[in-house]
Design a protein. Structure first.
Length: 329
């Protein structure tokens, strides 16, 4: 069977060529760059470090860019805002994107608003007020989700189109489209890639909302790889329903012969610890047994304290799972 690909995420924690070289030497196959936080041009120092590390290892690793797409995020804040549980805050006091502001004028009282991958929970409380149910420090560019709602937004932003036009000049090998809702979203990305002379770049479709789940069968033929993006997908439903949804997506991809990636919180405890939990190792192992073509770390390598160690644990766990899988065939 095919070897499972190992991806990390570029960020401040791995900005030095020496760190990236260790990650590649440990068995990492490529890196993701999240363009919701910085443009390709702004990321040039990171990309140059990545190129130096690859040259030192004599490899040509993959570079995946994660577009902005219809993803919803908080705007830029001068400093983090501390939201205290039980308090109320005016909706206009938070820099929501316009699509969210518009949606909030129509939602009923008690509509949930999840911020920062669900770490912070607000509920509408009438008169344009929001009640803070689960508080925390809100930082710039953190995710926004309104469970049960799908605010209208184009598949590609103008910034996305610009990034697609220059992607190949930066060595990009694949494009990740977030919050895919229907096949037309992927057709729009394919069209933009073709127009940019980048039809050979692989297209990853991130399943992160109820629409993506509902239209999964029509999405699978329109991309090169499905991404089980468990962060925002976990905001779209009660968390206890997420494992079954992951299993169903995996089964649909296996049946169709389509590659799929599992991502988000795979080794989350290693953001601040040198050793993962037993549950995390089991999660990675089982993703491989479910047929995942790729697994990916995000914050663990982008902003964590132990990026090299996290990749080593991921690689070793995946290889052990492959050996177990292959012995059963």
């Amino acid at each position: 069977m095919k070897r499972v690909r190992i991806y990390g995420t570029l960020g401040p924690a791995c900005r030095e060529p020496a760190v990236l070289k260790e990650m590649l030497a440990a068995g990492m196959d490529g890196m993701r760059l999240n363009l919701s936080h910085a443009t390709l041009a702004e990321s040039e120092p990171l990309l140059e470090a990545y190129r130096k590390a690859a040259d030192a290892c004599g490899t040509r690793p993959a570079l995946l860019i994660d577009l902005m797409g219809p993803e919803l995020r908080i705007g830029t804040l001068a400093s983090p805002i501390l939201l205290r549980g039980g308090d109320r805050i005016a909706a206009d006091a938070l820099p929501f994107p316009e699509t969210v502001r518009s949606a909030l004028t129509r939602v009923p009282i008690e509509q949930e608003i999840l911020l920062d991958d669900g770490k912070i929970l607000l509920k509408t409380d009438g008169e344009r007020l929001l009640r803070i149910v689960r508080g925390g420090a809100l930082e710039s560019r953190k995710s926004v989700a309104l469970p049960g709602l799908s605010p209208d937004a184009p598949a590609l932003t103008e910034a996305d189109r610009n990034h697609i036009r220059i992607a190949k000049s930066y060595g990009v090998t694949a494009v990740m489209q977030p919050f895919v809702r229907k096949k037309e979203d992927l057709i729009a990305v394919r069209t933009a890639l073709n127009e940019a002379g980048a039809a050979d770049l692989r297209l990853f479709a991130k399943i992160e909302n109820a629409d993506g789940i509902a239209h999964l069968n029509e999405l699978i033929p329109c991309c090169d790889e499905i991404v089980v993006a468990r962060g925002d997908l976990g905001n779209a439903m009660p968390l206890w329903k997420l494992p079954a949804v992951q299993k169903r997506i995996a089964a649909a991809c296996r049946d169709a012969g389509r590659d799929f990636t599992v991502v988000t919180q795979m080794l989350d405890s290693m953001t601040h610890r040198p050793v993962p939990t037993r549950a995390e190792v089991s999660d990675v192992f089982n993703a491989v047994l479910d047929g995942a073509s790729s697994v990916m770390l995000t914050g663990e390598t982008a902003s964590g304290d132990y990026p090299v160690e996290a990749i080593r644990y991921l690689v070793n766990t995946v290889r052990e799972a492959e050996a177990y899988r292959d012995a059963r065939l």
